[in-house]
Design a protein around this ligand. Sequence first.
Ligand code: DON
Length: 305
Amino acid sequence: MQLPIQTYLADLYQRLFPLQEGELASYIPELTRANPDWFGLCIVTMDGFAYTEGDWGQPFTIQSVSKPFVYALALADRGVDEVMAKVGVEPSGDAFNSISLDPQTGAPRNPMINAGAIASTSLVAGATSTQQWQRLQATLSAFAGHELALDEAVYHSESETGFRNRAIAWMLRNFGITEGDPMPSLENYFRQCSLLVDCRDLAYMAATLANGGIHPLSGQRCMPAEHVERVLSVMATCGMYDYAGSWLYEVGMPAKSGVGGGILAVLPGRFGIGVFSPRLDDKGNSVRGIAACKQIAHDFGLNIF
Ligand code: DON
């Protein structure tokens, strides 16, 4: 028997597949190898059931969708006061790669833009950058419910071309937001962006946030419960960068996008959504991904406001 959500997703896929607008991200050369037609959808409910459609099993790199989970890890490892002193929570209204720092303190405006994410990565616990990386990879894997592998080609491609992020990392060092040599942490940031996921993984990661930080299948607590609302708040206001206002107005759910083409959205207490399609709009968000989330929010009346 076809379940109603399954039938709904199959219909949504057919309706949105014809959307051909947008371009693959090309500033990381390796990302241009994606098939622009890939389109996957997944909804995970609080009992851990996954409804999947289309290219839901196609691996792609998580990119900026990693940022809220690393922010959660920084909060867990350093506490709210230390993290708040180094990374703000104000929407910048700027592009993901903008150098949006507080002019007095140098603190990045929020943890979803690159500057704030690079600072968050540097705050993760570990005596060495290798140990920090192991902790990052283990935590992102716990949210997904299985070990996430690194796409070495994408990692090297971004590391070889990420001059702007290098400049941002040195700006953070200049203001004392980070300490020591900022380059090892920046490499960890490039690595976290290059972890491979599929859109079902994104939906489980979203469902774990929707479930108060506990993975709905493994039962593992992936982050302290007290930080879930902080992470969701910052996703709601900053997760979609300079599209965040329109997103909240039209979709009304905390969410995060990445230039690999993934978007995850969270309906607290009910489910997690993962969508994937690599053609991006001029703000770096998946065109079909945004269209799918808008439609799902509209059809199920999910706008939390
Ligand atoms: O820092 C970068 O440029 C990438 N690794 C991540 C950017 C990203 O995914 C922005 N989101 N739409």
